[in-house]
Design a protein around this ligand. Sequence first.
Ligand code: 13P
Length: 262
Amino acid sequence: MARTRLLAGNWKMHKTRTETVEFAEKLAHLSSGMTTEKAKGYPELLVCATFTALPGLMEPLQKSNTGLGAQNMHEADHGAYTGEVSVAMIKELGCTYVILGHSERRMYFAESDAAVAKKTLVALDHQLTPIVCVGESLEERENGDTSKRIAAQVGAVLDVLKTRQDVVSERLVIAYEPIWAIGTGRTASKEDAEVVAKAIREQVKAELGDHVADAVRVLYGGSVKPENIADFLSEADIDGALVGGASLEAESFFRMAQNSAL
Ligand code: 13P
């Protein structure tokens, strides 16, 4: 099954509203000369902005066919959760994606595997596409615990999805982001990233069946840039990239789109 490639920018806590609109206008300008024929081979484009930048960002991004996503959400529909944001709130602003369980949220905000799994189900239940992040620390890698760690993180999500045959699990996106590769300039080798991506797909297959495993997209993240993105995408089980630093400038984001075009 042909899976649509996804190039997703995670802007983390960067950019004011004004700066995000400037990015969108620049990206529209860069992509304006593109023929429809050429655009066909491009990956699906997405940026995930901070909550404050989401209002009014969908329209300027549409000019370059770029989708909008949030970087987190709460699992409850509403309630006494000071400082949190619900699925309906981000959907209202035009988000079609949400990043869940990024390692920075797991690390600094104590998000557990169970919480991430719950949020994933809520996102799917509300027709949002969750990008669930998984990844091992340097210590886990050096101790040979990479596959165990990834399997536990992915397993927590699949265990919840298994209980709900009515949600469209095919929409799930899993981003493999080794923590030691995030913002460090170090990347996993494409071969190592493929080993993990393939194992994730095998695990999805074992738990949710062939059809879901064929459809689920697995991304690589961690120091991806225009110069190395094509290497990762040449691997059979890597369907795109989740990019931090190199997604902040429109030129660099557009170069990554060009370099991942088929
Ligand atoms: P960098 O691309 O800056 O390494 O960040 C990766 C990341 O955390 C994306 O979610």
